[in-house]
Design a protein. Structure first.
Length: 256
C-alpha cells in the first residue's frame, strides 16, 4: 500500500497557527490547483500584506487575469482557464491587534494533470510570492484530500455511516464531480473492503453547499481503521469503525 501523504503543511495539528507569509501549493483535482497564503493587516483599514491588488476599496475581491500565473507540468506550459479567490479569517488577537487571513487562489487548468506529474506555479506579478521563486508540487494519486469529510470520532459497527465530498472554490463556485464517481474504502493492507457511489446530497436549508456528494457505507461493519479514496481527489483517513466510537463522542461532548 502506498504511503499516505502528509496531511496539511500549513495546519499539521488542530491547534497550529501559521505565520503571515507562509504559503502552500496543493492539487485539489487533476484540473484544479490551490494556493494558500497566510496574509495579515496592520489594522482593519490597512491593505493586505500580500495580494493587496486583488482587494478593492470596499474589501470585495477582484479576480486577477489568468495570465497572472504561469503553470508548467513536467517542464511544459499548461494554460490557466480560470482563477478563483477566497479569503477567510483564521486568527484575531485579543490583547494585541493580530488579524491573520488565509487567501486562497484556485487555478483551473485547461488540461488535467497526469499521475506523478511535477507541477510548478509562478506568480508573474509577485503579488503573493517572489516571481522568480516558483512553488512546486507533485501530482500524487494517494495525496491527502481536504475535500473528503467524515466523522473524526469514528463510527459504531452497527450505526449508520456517511461520508461526504465537497469543497468551496471561492469565486469559481463549488467543486464539481462526475456523476458516476465511486468511492472506495481500503484497509491497512490496501485491500478494498467497500465500494459505493457518491450520490448528490445538496443542503436543503442554505443556498450554499449544493455540490455535496454523500457516501453511505453503513453496510461496512467490520471494526478497523480504513482510508477513504475518491478517484482524482486522493484519500482521507483513518476512518475508524469501533465499538468505542459512541463512548469517544460522549466523552468529547462532556468535555465541551
Amino acid at each position: 500500500m502506498p504511503a499516505r501523504a502528509a496531511q496539511d503543511p500549513l495546519f499539521p495539528t488542530p491547534v497550529s497557527l501559521p505565520a503571515p507569509g507562509e504559503i502552500s501549493l496543493r492539487v485539489l483535482t487533476p484540473s484544479v490547483l490551490e494556493i494558500r497564503a497566510i496574509v495579515s493587516r496592520k489594522d482593519f483599514a490597512s491593505p493586505l500584506s500580500q495580494g493587496a491588488a486583488w482587494e478593492q476599496k470596499d474589501f470585495s475581491l477582484k479576480v486577477p487575469e489568468a495570465s497572472a500565473f504561469t503553470v508548467s507540468v513536467n517542464g511544459k506550459s499548461v494554460a490557466v482557464a480560470g482563477i478563483g479567490l477566497r479569503r477567510i479569517p483564521i486568527y484575531a488577537g485579543y490583547w494585541k491587534f493580530d488579524l491573520r487571513l488565509m487567501l486562497q487562489v484556485f487555478l483551473k487548468l485547461e488540461k488535467p494533470l497526469p499521475d506523478g506529474a511535477a507541477v510548478e506555479v509562478s506568480d508573474r506579478q509577485g503579488s503573493l510570492w517572489a516571481a522568480d521563486q516558483p512553488l512546486s508540487v507533485t501530482m500524487d494519486a494517494n495525496r491527502w484530500s481536504p475535500a473528503i469529510h467524515f466523522s473524526r470520532h469514528g463510527y459504531a459497527p452497527d450505526a449508520p455511516k456517511f461520508a461526504s465530498v465537497s469543497y468551496d472554490l471561492g469565486t469559481l463556485g463549488e467543486m464539481e464531480l462526475p456523476s458516476d464517481t465511486q468511492a472506495v474504502l481500503v484497509d491497512s493492507a490496501g485491500k478494498a473492503v467497500f465500494r459505493g457511489p457518491l450520490e448528490k446530497h445538496p443542503d436543503q436549508e442554505w443556498r450554499w453547499h449544493q455540490n455535496v456528494w454523500r457516501l453511505d457505507f453503513s453496510a461496512l461493519q467490520t471494526p478497523g481503521d480504513y482510508f477513504l479514496e475518491v478517484p482524482g481527489l486522493g484519500r482521507a483517513g483513518p476512518v475508524s469503525i469501533s465499538d468505542s466510537a459512541a463512548a469517544v463522542s460522549a466523552r468529547l461532548l462532556a468535555l465541551g
